[in-house]
Design a protein around this ligand. Sequence first.
Ligand code: C2E
Ligand code: MG
Ligand code: MG
Ligand code: MG
Length: 284
Amino acid sequence: ASKESGGNIFKFYSNISKFSIPNKMKLEHGMHKALENKEFMLYYQPKVCAKTGEVSGAEALIRWKHPEDGMIMPDQFISLAEESGLIVPIGEWVLRKACSQLKEWKSKGYPLSRVSVNCSILQFQQVEMPDLINRVLQETGIGPECLELEITESMIMKDSERIISQLLKIRGIGVNVSIDDFGKGYSSLSALKGLPVTCLKIDRSFINNIPDDRHNVAVVEAIIKLAHNIGLGVVAEGVETLDNVNALKTMECDEFQGYYFEKPLPHDKFVQFLMQTHKWVELV
Ligand code: C2E
Ligand code: MG
Ligand code: MG
Ligand code: MG
């Protein structure tokens, strides 16, 4: 079949599914039921402010608590949810859940100002996406500045006109947008200028071996300088060691996220964590 597709060979391969048909049907059916039966849940991982050492926000990360198979991680089902279109209702659930959770925490006085939600390209391609965001903000009663959407470079590269027009509307609402896994997608740094986003999240593959890897130090340094020059904030993801932290501090990275601080936690554990009023003194 690859021969027949001729000049379209890349298209062919990019459309190929990593799931076999029976597995696919089973998993798709399972995801439908999971939505109905409320088997999805959100874990939360803190983001830490480099200047104050305090928690500045949290990223919501989906988990599937399957009744028979136990906990299923997003890497095992998000791509099929995208293939099948189910990511649209799943993503809507994630958005609503994260916003209403933040509202509840805020009303209880827990110190958390912002929640970040991962978005798939399919959600962004829905014309009504900006309306949906508006509606969810209204329903849950959190301000737009309390919400951040995480998108990837590859989304912008795949369908840039449409994605940028949606980004403009979403930024118009006042919602923050960060580019996740930045550096992995080979988009040129200059292409960033003028993009309607607020923040770059540097991919963890550049972070977890600094300062030992001199090459990555140079890359991270360049990304941070450029981001600041064009008015964007910078988050480092996958921060695992104090050496990583110190290197990033020196490079004036704005926020950190990673196992060094805390892993993603389910609701109750995350609340416990917030109650302990964390402050990382090594940052101050
Ligand atoms: P991501 O958005 O880049 O999320 C960061 C991932 O890195 C999370 O994996 C997190 O648990 C992991 N991580 C955090 N700190 C560290 C660290 O210090 N070291 C290492 N090695 N890993 C760390 P997770 O939760 O398995 O999520 C994987 C990916 O699945 C996410 O990557 C995101 O692309 C996707 N995803 C998760 N939740 C959602 C969702 O609600 N919607 C969509 N569309 N995608 C989601
Ligand atoms: Mg993310
Ligand atoms: Mg990421
Ligand atoms: Mg990542």
